[in-house]
Structures are given as structure tokens and as C-alpha cells.
Design a binder for this molecule. Sequence first.
Ligand code: PLP
Length: 435
Amino acid sequence: MGTPVTVPREALPAFLERPVITSMNFLNEVANRYPDAISFAPGRPNERFLADVDVARHLDSYTGYLRDELGLGEAAVRRTLLQYGPAAGIITELTAGMLRRDEGIDVPPGAVVMTVGCQEAMFIALRALCPAAEDVALVADPGYLGLVGAAHVLGVSLVAVPEGRDGLDPDSLTRAIGDARAAGRRPRVLYVIPDFANPSGQVMSLERRRELLALAERENILLLEDNPYGFTAGDRQLPTLKALDDRGRVVYLGTFAKVCLPGTRVGYVVADQLVTGDGVEPHFLAEELATIKSMVTLNTSPIDQAIIGGILVENGGTLAPLIGPRSAFYRDNLRVLMECLGREFGAGLVSWNDPPGGFFAVLTVPFVADAEALTVSAEKHGVLWTPMSYFFQRGGHHQLRLSVSYLEPDVIAEGVRRLAGFVAEQAVSREGPRR
Ligand SMILES: Cc1ncc(COP(=O)(O)O)c(C=O)c1O
């Protein structure tokens, strides 16, 4: 073999070297190096819930639905699953039905596009809504890495808005929008996770949700609402922005990864805004998103959609029977985490937030919780976590994100015990605040 062709690093996109992207590789590498460590890092659903997944049965349930409910013949059933399919997807009707029943979001199937995970939904929504160089997307600081990464890939500029104790604060947002306009930029969308945000675990109050919708109206921006964790509130869920939205200010992003299974990579975007213009027949924004999607992934795997479709059919068109046990488990894990933190840390040295749901909580410590500290934590104490600074544009150096979704309750207790050993050691041996 001849000398391999070399590709100069500087010929590749600069964002590949940004900490937000490289930090994820570092985390994976640490996790691989210390496979026996207890990990509070991954935001994955617990694998006890994957035990119920019976792919063959779910496919049967969906093909039964195609035959019995939609009246398709055998050839059409096979074609639906095995051929290329419509860009918008094949389970938009079932998804719209689920949204109506489970989340009080009433939109026609034509306003829904099935995507390759919520990740693709973010990608195509950003692409559609921030087309010009001066367009900017606003995002909470700390923010979700998937959204920040998608913006980097697309070359969409982000404006980070500090998140307060009650989620995003309207005054900071108004200021950030004004500053961006004064600098010649055009704020187009705000990406927001009102329910148990990743990474902060924050919940936005009902009052804040209403204020945010009013702000979007006043400032003429769209809200990109991402809601992977709202289900963990069980029957104490607050209405989503989309459910409160009577003006079409919200483009809603969703995923079946956390309630059903991540392996299908099925998510969706709801965009019932009307596209109008000279000579344009008014149509849903979803249609334009489907066109963009068709140039990214053509269509979401119909087999994957059929698995999710089968789960919906088996549960009478709702995810409620699945949500009950899952939300109880995740809330219980958070409760165990809080009890263990209280027991191991007591008052003083560290503090933490106490989210009423979701997968994440944040611990504030009196030393810099960076990659070096994480390596010590893994190597000497057998416990992993995620430095919060990875999610911040600026700050977060003294915080770590703890995810409890993936762990069993008894493992959480042991993990917090190890964490306490690590924190006690760091607090005396490492330098103080480095901001
Ligand atoms: C806020 C948020 N949005 C989206 C996703 C990803 O969803 P999907 O797996 O459907 O791409 C995650 C996963 O961790 C998330 O935390």
C-alpha cells in the first residue's frame, strides 16, 4: 500500500476542535478506560425498560394496524415497511394522536415530520429558520450539547442567555435580543427545554411559560421547544409551551428515545405555522421541514417507525401505560440521589439543586470540576460525572452534572459514597475558585 493521503487538520471545520465537541469524546474515552466506575454521566434510559421491547411483536402490531385499520393489502404493507417512504414519515397520524391524548397538543398529522431522533429535528428546524448569515438562535447557558453541536455544523450563530433559578429569565432574554439587534444580528428562534432541562434539571414555572410566549410574540421570534423529559413528572406535568400556544409561536421537538427506546432513532418535529407568500398556496412549515429532511436523510427508517408505531398501537394510541412506571422509577432515583447527597454531604461544603423530575441534578463544589478532576475521580474513586463547564459558554467550573436515569437505586447510594470521598479529597488538595 502506498503512503496514505493526509488531510491537514486546518482544512477541516474549525468547530471540530471546539471544547463542546471534543469534550464528548473525552468523556467516552474516560468511560471506556474505567468500565468498572459507577457513572453518573450518561443521560440514557434505564435498561430495565428495554427488557419489554419485543421488536417482532411491535412490527406485527403495526402491520396489523396497516391491514385492519388502514385497509392496506399485503403488497402495500410490505412496501410501507421495506421501500423508501415519504419524507414526513409513516406514523405522523399515530404521533399526532399520541400528542393530543398525552400532551394536549392538538395538531393535524400534516404538521408533523418524523425525524431520525430529536437530533435531526433540531438540525432541520435550525436550518429552516436561520437561513441568513445575520440570523441567530438564542439558547440557554448552560445549554444542550446536541443543539449547540447542530448549530456549529450548520454554521448558525448562537447567543447564550444565562439561565436563572426559575429557568430562562424574560429580562435577560429581552436584553440579549436587543443587544443582538443592535449588533446587526437577527434573532430568529429561542431553543428552550422548559421541563427538566439538560443539563441543569431546571423546570420553568407556568407563569414563566406564559411570559415566554408573550415575549416571543412581542419580539417576533419562534420558540423551539424540546421536551424529552417532561414525561418524568407523571401526572404532575405542567402544560408545554406548545399546549399553551394559541398563536403558533412554538415549533415542538420530541423523541421516542426516552419513553420507548433510543435504538430506533425516531423523533419528530411539530410545525403547524403557515407558510405564505406571493403565489404560495398556504401550507404548514412542516412541509418545508420535510423537504429539508429529504435532503439530509431522505426519510426516517420505516422499520424503525413501525416499531414505534406498533408500541403506540399496542397501547391504544397513547404512551400513558409506559409513562407511569418509567416516571415513577426516574423520580424515585432522583429521590434516592437527594437522600444520599443529604446523608453523605450534610450542610456546607457542597450544594445541589433538587429537580422534581428529569434525569439530571447539579452539584456545586468548592474546587474546579474539570477534566483533570474527572480523571482523578474515575481512577482513584471509581465514579464518573460530567463537568458542567462543558455545557456553558462561560462558567460552570465548580459544578458537576449527575445523571441518575441509567443507574439502579442501590448503585446510586454507592456512587454518592464514592463521590463524597472524591469531593472531600479534592476540597483539601486542589486550589480554590478559578473563575
Ligand atoms: C434535551 C435533549 N434533546 C434531545 C435529545 C436527543 O434525542 P434523540 O435521541 O431523539 O436524538 C436528548 C438526549 O439526550 C436531550 O437531552
